[in-house]
Design a protein around this ligand. Structure first.
Ligand code: TRP
Length: 324
């Protein structure tokens, strides 16, 4: 094993194929690292504290999404953040020596406050300011060396490193400085050409049924200049082509046939739908397996158990060097 990994996602809705590369990256890392993958419900609570009734099903869905793509609970600890109290304890202890200015200058902070206040959310809370500090606690409580994240999260990893350094300087060396690992994420639009997002209703869900896959592909916007099947097409303006580029090995041929007016949009879409179906079918099968009575619940209970053991070891050290 090359070290420890921690990563997390907020349970804010079921995942779509735009999230796939991130989870596949997690899956690949399972073989080389001791991995902790957390459903960070406390982070979700910092911006959506009134959604509480939805959390049980949101947590279960995202766990199923991960398992369906190949997160293996034999290898990785898959758990719910709020079930491992050490995260909250370390967050509190970190708050004692983290300068307010460090949190106020995190670039996501003011952005998010502005964006979400337009949607009528009040984020002038103590919890929201502490969001990245809670994330630092998530990472450091496992002494994680590597944190696979999206590029937008790098400022939060940087803050975690600063908190680790300050702690080590004040109390003695306990924490390694974690490294962010940004995976390659292919840019995938939604079926309407906007960003793929559940809230735009333009996403292909990881749990999509064969019928849903077909419908979504039918909704994809093609070259508007191509009225008849034998008109020459322009793949660069076609959403179907954006997907072929990722999911169709013989994409060059597809584009050539389109440009030459040899294959019409209907057949081209059918081809894509078949490839997407090949991609999603194994996920659906694994989802069915894990979705059976009590299986996810067991994974999450055992994951939390394992996470707690590691987290408790760290907290013992932390309490001791802090004089508690
Ligand atoms: N802030 C992360 C996001 O929005 C989620 C997260 C919380 C996280 N704690 C984490 C990611 C720890 C990596 C490690 O995507």
């Amino acid at each position: 094993m090359k070290g420890r990994i921690l990563s997390g996602m907020r349970p804010t809705g079921s995942l779509h194929i735009g999230h796939l590369s991130v989870i596949q990256n997690w899956v690949a890392l399972q073989n080389d690292y001791e991995c902790y993958y957390s459903i960070v419900d406390l982070h979700a609570l910092t911006t959506a504290y009134e959604d509480r009734l939805n959390y049980p099903s949101l947590r279960r869905e995202i766990a199923l999404d991960w398992l369906s793509v190949g997160i293996d609970p034999q290898k990785s600890a898959v758990f719910i953040q709020s079930q491992v109290k050490e995260h909250a304890e370390l967050h509190l202890l970190f708050s004692m020596f983290t300068p307010l200015s460090w949190l106020e200058r995190v670039p996501t902070y003011k952005d998010q406050i502005q964006q979400l206040s337009q949607q009528g959310k009040d984020l002038g809370t103590y919890g929201f300011l502490g969001y990245p500090l809670l994330q630092a606690a998530d990472i450091l409580v496992y002494k994680a060396n590597v944190v696979p994240v999206g590029e937008d999260q790098l400022p939060h990893i940087e803050l975690s490193r600063e908190v680790a350094r300050r702690f080590n300087h004040l109390f003695g060396t306990v924490f390694p400085e974690p490294q962010g690992l940004v995976g390659k994420v292919p840019l995938l639009p939604g079926v309407d050409g906007r960003k793929m997002s559940k809230s735009y209703n333009n996403a292909i869900s990881l749990a999509a049924s064969p019928e849903e896959v077909k419908t979504r592909v039918q909704q994809m916007i093609t070259d508007p200049a191509r009225l008849r099947k034998d008109d020459p097409g322009h793949p660069e303006v076609c959403i179907v082509d954006k997907f072929h580029q990722i999911y169709t090995p013989e994409v060059a041929e597809v584009e050539e046939n389109c440009r030459a007016g040899k294959v019409g949009c209907v057949a081209c879409k059918r081809h894509l739908a078949e490839n997407l179906e090949k991609l999603l079918r194994p996920f659906r099968e694994r989802r069915d397996y894990w979705g059976e009575s009590g299986r996810v619940e067991k994974v999450l209970a055992e994951g939390a158990e394992r996470a707690r053991v590691t987290a408790a070891e760290t907290m013992k050290e932390v309490r001791s060097v802090m004089g508690l």
